[in-house]
Design a protein around this ligand. Structure first.
Ligand code: HEM
Length: 142
């Protein structure tokens, strides 16, 4: 998991902007997600404000670790295995990725340039791949 320094910089800089409006960004994200696929709604059983806080914290922690790939892989593998237990399947990752990009686009406005979008597509793609791979191997071991 190796990213170009400019990719890391673009993602970290724009995430700091999104963190300024974290509760709004989290609410927007779930609105986009459940509009795209209402069947995902019942998978979330807890309080959605708390869930949004956890999501934002986890993305923030991952974004901080983009230049420390080994630490990041560990966190994402554990997260991927927990997601398997929540009933999350590979096809869901595309839907979540699209909702995340829509949220970034709305939250960042003009700052969501094509280069920034490309950086996020790459970073989310690697995060999702790492989570799915860990979920897959936990499945085989079961
Ligand atoms: C980069 C991708 C993702 C990140 C960073 C992320 C982050 C989180 C975090 C931090 C939690 C709190 C519980 C925990 O830490 O285990 C969580 C729970 C959850 N996530 Fe994700 N998630 C991601 C992808 C997905 C995807 C693709 C789905 C599919 C719909 C999903 C559905 C869920 C569900 C159903 C829960 C549990 C909710 C509950 O128990 O009520 N997540 N996620």
């Amino acid at each position: 998991m190796l990213f170009q320094p400019t990719t890391i910089d673009q993602v970290q800089t724009t995430w700091r902007e999104v963190e300024q409006i974290a509760p709004i960004a989290a609410a927007l994200f779930y609105d986009h997600l459940f509009a795209a696929d209402p069947s995902l709604r019942p998978m979330f059983r807890g309080d959605m404000t708390e869930q949004g806080e956890k999501l934002m914290q986890m993305i923030g922690a991952a974004v901080q670790k983009l230049d420390k790939p080994r630490a990041l892989v560990h966190v994402l593998e554990a997260l991927g295995r927990r997601h398997h237990d929540y009933g999350v399947r590979p096809s869901h990752y595309d839907t979540v990725g699209a909702a995340l990009l829509q949220t970034l686009s709305m939250g960042l406005g003009d700052q969501f340039t094509p280069a920034v979008e490309q950086a996020w597509v790459e970073v989310y793609g690697v995060m999702a791949e790492t989570m799915m791979a860990a979920a897959d191997s936990s499945n085989m071991a079961a």
